[in-house]
Design a protein around this ligand. Sequence first.
Ligand SMILES: Cc1cc2nc3c(=O)[nH]c(=O)nc-3n(C[C@H](O)[C@H](O)[C@H](O)COP(=O)(O)O)c2cc1C
Ligand code: SF4
Length: 656
Amino acid sequence: MSKQKYERLFSPGRIGKLELKNRMYYPPMGTNICVGGEVTDRFLAYHEARAKGVGLDIVENANIDTAGGAGLPFGLNIDDDKYIPGLKKLANVIRKSGAKACLQIYHGSIWVKPGQRPVYGAELPRELSVDDVQFIIQRFVEAARRAKAAGFDAIEIHGANINGQTQFRSRVWNTLKNKYGGSLENRARFMCDTLKAVRKEVGKNFPLWCRTSIYEIFYVGDGKIAEYGVTLQDTLVHAPMFVEAGADAIHLSQGGFYDYAWQYYTMCPVEAHGIAPNINMVEQVKKVVNVPVLAAARIKPEAGEQALKAGKLDFVGFGRPMEADPDFVVKLAAGREKEIRPCIHCNNCIETLAWADGVACTVNPAIGREKEFEIKKASKPKKVVIAGGGPAGMEAARVAALRGHQVTLYEKSKKLGGQLIQAAVPPHKSEINNLIDYQVNQLKKNKVKVELGKELTAAEVKKIKPDVVILATGVKPIVPGEEVPGLDTLSNVVMAEDVLMGKKKVGDRVCIIGGDLVGCEVAEFLADKGNQVSVLRRSRFMADKMNPDMRMILVDRLKQKGVRLVPGVLYQAAADTGVRIHVRGGITSMAEIAADAMKNIIADTYVIAAGATSNTDLAEALQGKGGPKVVSVGDCVEPRRILEAMREGWKAALEI
Ligand SMILES: Cc1cc2nc3c(=O)[nH]c(=O)nc-3n(C[C@H](O)[C@H](O)[C@H](O)COP(=O)(O)O)c2cc1C
Ligand code: SF4
């Protein structure tokens, strides 16, 4: 029984006067769906879904001063009394769902240094005077008054990750000459003064705490650490000061700078970081404070349970896991762990955060669109056939079956998963296998009939007479033609997917033709095996169609592993003596052209990773034949990411 397995996670806890039914919380997770800064119906539905199992729901950073720092375009605001009624509704919805409601309050500004990317801040940056700081603290006090009036059970002051108040603690960012900058003690003063002022406003019994970074790293662009803005040692001094100033708990996170990519990578660790990468530092902080410690960051249930048992922390946050599956804790409680839709730690939720339409999740199309994607029983069950067992086809099958339709899925290979199978092979991508397992289990659970090793044909459709056909037939790989003259004369050419699937061997020196996501990932896969790898790309930038933040991390890693990346390539001729290229990108002088522009890449094996084109064979065969309704989803419409495949699959099934 799951409750016994996670006995500690499901044991009650307390923060100050706040009684919590268990040790799990939903950490603040920005959504960018609060139009006009208001609590919207979408936002209510988002929290209603996620407050179901956890003891505590900490609502994302509400902006205390939109004029001074705008934050996200559709972020939540609390800088005016007009927001109180909406916030009241939100606190009630959270409590009705079973959790206690906490609001994180923050100043949506960030200081800008030369060479750093400017952000959403409303004004040009200038050095803060003591009066400026007092002004900001007063905004926190007013926001706290509003949060309490709205009925929140607790308030968290945001001082972690990336924003103005976080930077007070940083020896790199904080260059103030007044009492808020300089010494270790001065760098804690802003948070201490804010806590004291807010405590005075909300009273001594009201649950109040702060979030702070265990450490803040400054990178130098290629993943190397230049210096620490905040060290663990600083935090071991600052955390007790925050408690002394009135914090009932310490909520930990971590920050990283150079570019947003590195901040996100540090705040939201990925598979490359391992499980619960910061837990031992969290334990160090816990040892120096006498209040509960909360922490998230790639903590899985087993690791959380162990950490609680070992006394390393008091409450465990599940952020991205609950973005991916709002029923995460409910399913854990019921011992239905295999039914949890897994977060694959791709960080697309961070990348999409600033999109006009709000946050999106690769595996959960319903995030922030809970009502729009609600799965309701169909009024009349229909006979549905689906061609293709990749992410789009499986998602369509799952949702259609849940709606009560009679679903058969055809997959021409012997295995479900489609392109996910090869996508899970490169380094740090194995969590994609969890998504395959989840989808396969869902098909079983929801009694989808799966025909493996059988390709759906137009003749079969005619015979079965379904009401609806969903095509999720995926892609066919592109083999370059005249773009790479002479390629067809080479004997040592293999396809990227065959390399990943172990169907083809490569020699020591490998040249990859095509440097988008697949080409770069195959490069890392081979570099890790000790191959000497070059990647050629015609566009100016490597892997520029993938999530831009994760792209930067991947490209830096490839450089560190000695992969030769050559963007801006014009292929001249391929022959047994090598692939002759002209490099267009970055060439600025005649001397460079002479020295560098013409290259001959010699390799033992050439790997084709030149992208893919939609497989529309069945769509064409069914076209104009009358018969059932036909809908295409995923890559057979246009090759894109898992995110679009999952979304279109779900949506198509809702529309049957
Ligand atoms: C889309 C997104 C938005 C986030 N917004 C906030 C925020 O508003 N405030 C905050 O303190 N942390 C924010 N975080 C960080 C999370 O609270 C959490 O620390 C992080 O996701 C790591 O935990 P996890 O591995 O359980 O996801 C955000 C993270 C993501 C992915
Ligand atoms: S977008 Fe990726 S990282 Fe974010 S919750 Fe979804 S699966 Fe996890």
